[in-house]
Design a protein. Sequence first.
Length: 202
Amino acid sequence: MKTITLLLTSLTCTFAIVTASAQTDESATIANPPNDLLSRKHEVKLGAIKALAGAIIEGTYEYIHSESFTYGVSVLGNLDSKNNTFPELFSVTPFARMYFTEPRYYGAKGFFVEGFGKFIAGQQNYSTYDSFYSPDGVYYSEYIEDREKYTAGSLGLALGWKWINKSGFVFEILAGAGRNFGGNGHMPDATFRGDFNIGYRF
């Protein structure tokens, strides 16, 4: 009986020591994350879907102010002015983000909410009907398609999720929308913000 009690006591003590050691190692890892990623404050990213779907290049710079707050700017250039599906030709989008996932190891990762403003220079396709009577009294109608350039501002919100590995490579999913203002009567009422962004933290 004494032997069994001694064995159980020994196993309990060993388990307690191993658990405490593991917690200490984990705390040390959190305090000193791999490659010291918490000291890296800059990220550069490229929008993958826009680049693959058309000649649309959007680059983003993000500054890591803290483990839960960042800010930055995105710049977009549409190299295909005849693209009828994406109205923006050029845009500049300053943004700020709040991260809500526990900053385990790296910080500024996981789920985030973004507020953004955007300056847009674009072109919008529109169509009109023109009707008239000829000199001999015949009625004609004509369908006209045209495009008009516009500049506008926008304010909006976006949601996203960011992953980062211990080497510093970043992948994020972002989707949101904003309300346009200014411009002219043919500009879109809203603007879309989103992509699969791939980049690096340094």
